[in-house]
Design a binder for this molecule. Structure first.
Ligand SMILES: [Zn+2]
Length: 207
């Protein structure tokens, strides 16, 4: 098949695993995949200690650094709207979600942004991996977080509201990238306030 990233033809070698375990076929060649740099899976969010958001997030798990290969992947995926690229990380995401317990909640886009970007990139990553999810949050403002100082971001009103009933259960937030952590902490906080027992987060990239 053709690699979704570089377009070259490649063959995925047959493995013993494939005979016994259902595995999603790779959609990118090894040369392209090897350019994505793994990051340490645990994120330190001590920044939020002593703030209103302390304790909102129980853990964050992430996979890749935000370096050259990932930057160009995200650009092609998000801005050039190459929706097929959602498949590249499907197998990996499926494995990590299977190992965790909770209702999967994607970080939503603001409706105006969704209109511009044409598809919900975060939801699409989950759909491609066959992970069921629930839309339980809505974005309340369009403000670009990047333009604010860290203090302003921490003090800002909640970026999300809950749009459905939250049970005393575990929830798994999912976003494409963890940069300052503001998005994840705001989302986790509203879930906890609405009654969530535990909120863990998974992001593909650490920015
Ligand atoms: Zn390739």
């Amino acid at each position: 098949m053709n690699c979704l990233i570089c377009g070259s033809i490649f063959q995925s070698p047959p493995t013993w695993r494939k005979l016994f375990i259902y595995e999603i076929e790779p959609t990118a060649c090894n040369r392209c995949l090897s350019k994505f740099e793994k990051t340490s899976p645990e994120i330190d969010f001590s920044d939020f200690q002593g703030t209103y958001y302390e304790g909102a997030v129980d853990s964050v798990t992430t996979f890749y650094t935000y370096k050259e290969a990932m930057k160009s992947y995200l650009h092609q995926y998000k801005f050039l709207q190459d929706v097929a690229l959602a498949q590249v990380f499907a197998d990996e995401l499926r494995h990590v979600f299977q190992a965790k317990e909770g209702i999967v909640v994607p970080i939503p886009m603001h409706p105006e942004k969704l209109l511009r970007r044409t598809f919900a990139q975060v939801d699409e990553l989950l759909s491609c991996a066959g992970i069921p999810f629930k839309q339980l949050l809505a974005k309340t403002e369009t403000n670009e977080q990047g333009k604010k100082t860290k203090k302003e971001r921490l003090e800002a009103k909640s970026l999300f509201k809950v749009i459905d009933k939250i049970e005393a259960q575990n929830y798994l937030l999912f976003d494409d990238i963890y940069t300052t952590g503001t998005t994840i902490h705001h989302a986790a906080k509203v879930l906890k306030e609405a009654g969530a027992k535990r909120v863990d987060a998974i992001t593909l990239i650490k920015g």
